[in-house]
Ligand binder design. Structure first.
Ligand SMILES: *[C@@H]1O[C@H](CO)[C@@H](O)[C@H](O)[C@H]1NC(C)=O
Ligand SMILES: *[C@@H]1O[C@H](CO)[C@@H](O)[C@H](O)[C@H]1NC(C)=O
Ligand SMILES: *[C@@H]1O[C@H](CO)[C@@H](O)[C@H](O)[C@H]1NC(C)=O
Ligand SMILES: *[C@@H]1O[C@H](CO)[C@@H](O)[C@H](O)[C@H]1NC(C)=O
Ligand SMILES: *[C@@H]1O[C@H](CO)[C@@H](O)[C@H](O)[C@H]1NC(C)=O
Length: 300
């Protein structure tokens, strides 16, 4: 007597279970599709649209949303110059003239930033001809400021400055530098000095610090009566250029240029993280399907 109703209710439970499962699945799909749609209209990034197109139900954990904040971190020039290099001679000049504060203020200016050409200690010790020893303190200050541009330039930016005429330095007025870019190598000309950027110490907006192998001597201090390139400067010029063409700076420039362009870190991390999401989501779906069929089998 009690058997048929029992069987009937069992079948009924099965139907209810199937319906519930179907309903849940449909809900899930709809919710996910909606989330995906919202994400793709809100998010403008390349990675977002790819995600939304290929895997609509994967936006439950939107990884591209926390975009890397572009807040430039404070760069302590004293710290940087004392660990890199050796640049202790230049740093000593900057500290004795108190210009380090002027440069730090410029570096703190995130709108303009700074580009600093720092001669190695050997550049100062190799400097024989025009001596720095009898410069007035004002001349010494101007000489130091002559090594700084009141703007941040990445290595690739020097392509624009190449041949564009004299570029003003922080020393102002007649204290200008000429730049030429020769297949990625930045040549610096001051009349007295022709050298190259031999290495990139730091190049992240707003602070660029490039190593140079020679002290930049301004005509505004040493005059335009520049001695013709005697045999003395010639041997110096060779190691000046040689390590640059194949040296680490060429690579550094390329890496920097790429990194600056589109935020390579962000774009490269997006596909991998989306892959991870797809994998994880796929697993969830599989588990769900297995659970549903398992439940059906148990009920039946
Ligand atoms: C920068 O670094 C120098 C040397 O470590 C330190 O003496 C100075 O206080 C630092 N400046 C700031 C503003 O943190
Ligand atoms: C530069 O900025 C840092 C951090 O905001 C600050 O501590 C320092 O005093 C500033 N230095 C100058 C010279 O403006
Ligand atoms: C600097 O000293 C050198 C000798 O050491 C001398 O020939 C030169 O004229 C001096 N320059 C100035 C501006 O006094
Ligand atoms: C470099 O030149 C290009 C075109 O010649 C220009 O679009 C770009 O803004 C320039 N960049 C800088 C930093 O001046
Ligand atoms: C810089 O380049 C200009 C031409 O653009 C030239 O007239 C000037 O003499 C150069 N200055 C130096 C210091 O090389």
């Amino acid at each position: 007597m009690t058997v048929p109703p029992l069987k009937f209710t069992k079948m009924n439970t099965t139907k209810i279970f199937i319906k519930t499962c179907t309903f849940l699945l449909v809900c899930c799909t709809l919710a996910n599709a909606q989330a995906g749609y919202g994400e793709s209209t809100l998010g403008s990034g390349y990675g977002d649209s790819i995600l939304a197109l290929s895997t609509p139900p994967t936006i439950l954990t939107p990884t591209p949303a926390p975009a890397p904040a572009p807040a430039p971190e404070y760069v302590n020039l004293t710290d940087l110059l004392s660990v890199a290099g050796p640049f202790s001679t230049f740093l000593k000049y900057l500290e004795s003239t108190k210009l380090i504060e002027t440069l730090q203020t410029q570096a703190n200016d995130t709108e303009e930033g700074i580009t600093l050409f720092v001669p190695k200690d050997t550049a100062f010790s190799n400097l024989k001809k025009p001596s720095l020893s009898n410069l007035t303190s004002d001349q010494l200050k101007q000489l130091c400021l002559f090594h700084a541009l009141p703007h941040y330039y990445s290595l690739s930016d020097f392509k624009n400055l190449s041949g564009a005429g004299p570029v003003n330095t922080l020393a102002g007025g007649l204290y200008t530098l000429n730049f030429t870019d020769e297949s990625g190598t930045v040549h610096i000309g001051s009349g007295w000095t022709n050298t190259v950027v031999s290495s990139s110490v730091h190049a992240k907006d707003p602070v660029a610090i490039y190593q140079v192998n020679r002290v930049l001597l301004p005509e505004a201090i040493f005059g335009t009566d520049i001695p013709p390139p005697a045999p003395a400067p010639a041997p110096v010029a060779v190691p000046d250029v040689a390590p640059v063409a194949d040296g680490p700076d060429a690579d550094a420039g390329k890496v920097k240029g790429k990194g600056k362009g589109l935020g390579s870190a962000a774009s490269s991390s997006t596909p991998s993280s989306s892959c991870r999401i797809i994998g994880w989501n796929g697993w969830r779906w599989m588990v769900m399907v297995v659970a549903v069929s398992g439940g059906l089998m148990v009920v039946l």
